[in-house]
Design a protein around this ligand. Structure first.
Ligand code: FES
Length: 155
């Protein structure tokens, strides 16, 4: 089975169980991304999740919904907005042993790992092991409604 097909089956299974609403993050729906090429993301609704494939590696882009954004601001910036804080860009590779993560397997629409059950919240923090490290944040820029994954983002 081709790698993307395998991911599609895993993702579809996960989404049938518990995908966040407005989600388009099944691996079969993955959008190709290229280093240093801006990608429009401002069409994503609040609560939306999108899967990008950068050099064959998964990257998740999330637009936080109002409760998620309020939680982030309360925990990270004393309730104050920061530029682009509605966006979360995280590697879709599990920090335990490198499996691809699936949408809908973590709490509050977070990501989960089909290999050994690690779960990550909507900002990529570990909520259940065996993983101990948060998801990596690929180097990126967000400006004018566009996301640019930088050249070194996938390495
Ligand atoms: S590789 Fe993800 S939990 Fe082990």
């Amino acid at each position: 089975m081709a790698e993307l097909d395998r991911r599609a089956v895993l993702g579809l299974t996960a989404c049938l169980a518990a995908c966040p609403r407005e989600v388009a993050a099944r691996p079969g729906d993955a959008q190709l991304a290229y280093p240093d090429v801006p990608l429009a993301i401002d069409d994503m609704p609040a609560g939306g999740l999108r899967l990008l494939m950068l050099r064959g590696k998964p990257v998740f882009v999330r637009r936080l919904d109002a409760p998620q954004l309020a939680r982030r601001r309360a925990e990270e910036s004393h309730g104050q907005p920061r530029p682009n804080d509605e966006w979360v860009v995280r590697s879709g590779i599990c920090t335990h042993a490198g499996c691809d993560l699936a949408a809908g397997l973590g709490p509050r629409g977070g990501l989960g790992c089909p290999c050994h059950g690690s779960q990550f919240d909507e900002r990529g923090a570990v909520v259940r092991g065996p993983a101990t490290r948060p998801l990596r944040e690929p180097r990126h820029l967000i400006a004018n409604g566009k996301l640019t994954l930088l050249e070194s983002a996938g390495s």
